[in-house]
Write a protein that binds this ligand. Structure first.
Ligand code: MSP
Length: 644
């Protein structure tokens, strides 16, 4: 299958585990993929952008059990959270794949079957140290700790010894073919340092890979051997095939496979750069063009993790700033291959300096001057002089650089160049002082030219930032009176001269208000209430309910239990007999006000001794902020009546 890389462009993110809620780390990969997608669309490429969720495996099974949910119920909830976040971040994916979708399960089984038929998959016994948290057997060279256990080098958790019958993938048979492939495709793994890591790992020798489990129920069953489920990584990697149609939309599959770029975090490089190409070789599919391993975002210089409680929730930032400042910050701050440190100070500083000062002010004052001096429409300009020319020439070289940097996935470099140009436009205005020209009516054409030139530059800037900041660029484009949306303008057609005399400019609104760090930190300290993971509703049948004997009881006597604030001892007539009960309501009701009241009592609750008193039933009350509110029956309801 020959593929024309210039026409179709297929980009993927990893599929995210559903045992965790989305955080800035997940947002990072997805924002990179979205920005590249948007750029490629400006080039006129036929792009497919796939993201989704990895829903099987022991981790998800355990997490769901801890929450009293079925794995699929947990997955459904977390998928909702991911989709909400992608919407809030303006992520324009083409398909969101879930590995629990039947077409994916079928597709993965089909490939498994194919490899088993070819004897690239065979049955054997595996014994090894397994990290449940990472769903992964530890490499053999991990040393024993205190002679009896091993610690997972990736996540630091204790590994377990697992010994089981399982199917193996004949990875060892692919070692030479992989090395040949890397030699012929030296840019397969990026950045280059990671290519070297991969090559040296493969050179050390590859062992066959255990790719099924009998201990995990929450997984895709092995065809014709359902005691085994397919290992979650074998299952998950195949999403890249099924997500574009393998086995259910072959026309689309043929159009987009092989993937142009798999974007991943550096921690999952081995799976994508070694196992995945080997699986594909075995299944006789062409290999992807690039696996790009990006760095990690640290929070205040430490790795984000649930246990440290320093995971950065993007929602607070999005509520305060909208999507573009976060998108900009994450892509501008570091090259895609390196680690970055997220600090609120750094974030607010960038927003204030790059977005509010440099870009926001430039747009605000230029367009406001056009309103004030030309009533929103520049109608006369003089000849372009040498100083004016700088912006037009600057545009040409910027366009080439932006193209090249976006093409090379060096988005931070593209943004740096755009900001250098923004600063040159700011300098042009400072040098030409249009506010002074406006005071002299003989200078009207000159004034027109200066504002015209700056606006043509702003138009280009908004176009160039649009892959990274789609919302803001669309607003700027609209202020400039452009009729067609940005994405309909092809990159190759963009010209400085596109901006026309007499184009009607709208009154701008501030795009990036300045932020005071302290105010933002306050917001961050009180994050918006997140929808709680729903607890599972445990149903009881009517027959089960009927086993509870609920009756109307009348309180005959009440006295506080000595030495306690909350407890009261009650004597209650339940119609057939008198019962003693202890209730925790004394902080709300005085004994006097309880006497004579009719309450709801569960009379067949097993007696319990509380503070030396046998409590032979329990009154029912609502709990409101830790305090009891007792529902009282009207006086004429007969004592002992059954409550159903
Ligand atoms: N489910 C697997 C991927 C299967 S792909 C066939 C997985 N999921 S994950 O949810 O744990 O991680 C998904 C991605 O998020 C990984 O690429 C990981 O590197 C990335 N990140 C998680 N935390 C991160 C940061 N703090 N910073 C940057 N990216 C990080 O692995």
């Amino acid at each position: 299958m020959e593929k024309n890389f210039n026409k179709t462009f297929y980009i993927t993110t990893p599929i995210y585990y559903v045992n965790d809620i989305p955080h800035v780390g997940h947002a990072y990969t997805t924002i990179i993929a979205d920005s590249i997608t948007r750029f490629k669309k400006l080039l006129g490429s036929d792009v497919f952008f796939l993201t989704g969720t990895d829903e099987h495996g022991q981790k998800v099974e355990k997490s769901a059990a801890e929450k009293g949910l079925k794995p699929i119920e947990l997955a459904d909830q977390v998928v909702g959270r991911f989709k909400d976040l992608w919407k809030a971040l303006n992520i324009s994916y083409d398909y969101f794949i879930r590995t629990t979708e039947p077409f994916h399960e079928k597709g993965a089984q089909k490939i498994f079957q194919k490899l088993r038929d070819k004897e690239d998959i065979y049955k054997g016994i595996y014994k090894g140290w397994y990290c449940v948290s990472d769903e992964n057997f530890l490499p053999e060279d991990v040393p024993l700790e205190e002679e009896d256990h091993k610690i997972c080098p990736d996540c630091g958790k204790r590994a377990e010894i697992v010994s089981e019958e399982c199917y193996f993938f004949k990875l060892s048979a692919y070692q030479d073919r992989l090395l040949d492939f890397y030699a012929q495709n030296s840019t397969f793994v990026r950045p280059p340092s990671r290519m070297n890591e991969v090559i040296s790992f493969v050179r050390q020798g590859l062992k066959d890979l255990s790719i099924t489990r009998t201990t995990v129920r929450w997984g895709i069953p092995v065809p014709d051997d359902p005691d085994h489920t397919i290992y979650v990584w074998f299952d998950a990697l195949h999403n890249y095939l099924t997500g574009i149609g393998y086995d259910w939309n072959m026309e689309r599959f043929e159009r987009f496979w092989p993937a142009t770029i798999h974007l991943i975090g550096k921690d999952i490089l081995r799976f994508h750069a070694i196992y995945w190409p080997a699986f594909l070789m075995a299944a006789e599919f062409p290999l992807p063009q690039i696996v790009f391993g990006h760095g990690w975002w640290l929070k205040d210089e430490t790795k984000m993790s649930k246990s440290k409680g320093n995971v950065l929730d993007p929602h607070v930032i999005l509520e305060t700033f909208g999507p573009d400042p976060l998108r900009y910050f994450l892509l501008r701050e570091i090259p895609i291959g390196l680690d970055g440190n997220f600090s609120h100070e750094g974030f607010v500083h960038r927003v204030n300096s790059d977005l509010a000062n440099d870009l926001g002010n430039l747009i605000q004052r230029t367009l406001t001057m056009i309103q004030n001096y030309f009533n929103g429409k520049i109608d006369e300009i003089d000849e372009e002089n040498k100083r004016d020319e700088i912006l037009r020439q600057g545009f040409k070289s910027l366009k080439e650089k932006v193209f090249q940097f976006y093409e090379d996935y060096a988005i931070n470099r593209a943004l740096e160049e755009i900001w250098a140009y923004i600063n040159s436009v700011n300098k042009y205005l400072a040098d030409n002082e249009p506010w002074k020209l406006a005071k002299d009516s003989t200078q009207r054409k000159r004034l027109g030219r200066v504002l015209f030139q700056a606006t043509a530059a702003i138009r280009a800037i908004s176009y160039f930032i649009s892959p990274v900041m789609p919302e803001s660029s669309a607003k700027i484009w609209d202020y400039l009176g452009e009729e067609k949306p940005i994405q309909e303008k092809m990159f190759s057609e963009l010209k400085f001269e596109d901006f026309k005399l007499e184009q009607k400019i709208k009154k701008p609104r501030p795009l990036f208000p300045r932020v005071v760090l302290q105010d933002f930190l306050k917001e961050e300290a009180t994050p918006p209430a997140q929808p709680k993971m729903e607890e599972k509703m445990e149903y009881v049948t009517f027959d089960e309910f009927k086993r509870m004997n609920l009756r109307v009881g009348e309180i005959l006597n009440a006295e506080k239990v000595e030495g306690t604030d909350k407890l009261v001892k009650l004597e209650v007539d339940i119609g057939t007999e008198k019962r003693t009960m202890v209730a925790g309501v004394a902080d709300v009701y005085s004994p006097d006000e309880l006497v004579g009241k009719k309450i709801m009592v569960i009379v067949n609750l097993k007696p319990a001794v509380i503070r030396g008193i046998e409590s032979q039933g329990m009154l029912l009350a609502a709990e409101v902020e830790g305090k009891a509110t007792i529902p009282f029956f009207p006086e004429d309801v007969p004592t002992g009546a059954r409550v159903l």
